[in-house]
Write a protein of this length. Structure first.
Length: 102
């Protein structure tokens, strides 16, 4: 398990087991070096996953906020139009009654 990436996936753990179990013949390539490479891959992979999750959450929040704002604006416009039309109708009807009375 990678100490700094608690969210490492099974793929990274499989790479861990695979590379750390290799018995390299040459002294320059030992299992410790392979484990270090795998640990770095796991560390950066987990950071990548975190960044992707943060970006996805941010995009979802922005989309939800935009949709809510659009819905609120549409509702406000509809209410204003209904009120204005209602006032115009009332004024026309009242004017019509006044014209008939005269």
């Amino acid at each position: 398990m990678h100490p700094l990436s608690s969210s490492s996936t099974m793929t990274i753990q499989k790479w861990d087991r695979f590379l750390c179990s290799i018995d390299f013949a040459s002294p320059e390539h030992d299992s410790l070096g392979a484990c270090a490479v795998v640990w770095l891959l796991g560390f950066w992979y987990s950071r990548f996953v975190v960044v992707v999750v943060v970006v996805v959450v941010f995009v979802v929040v922005v989309v939800v906020v935009v949709v809510v704002v659009v819905v609120v604006v549409v509702v406000v416009v509809v209410v204003v139009v209904v009120v204005v039309v209602g006032v115009v109708v009332v004024v026309v009807v009242v004017d019509g009654f006044r014209a008939e009375e005269e």
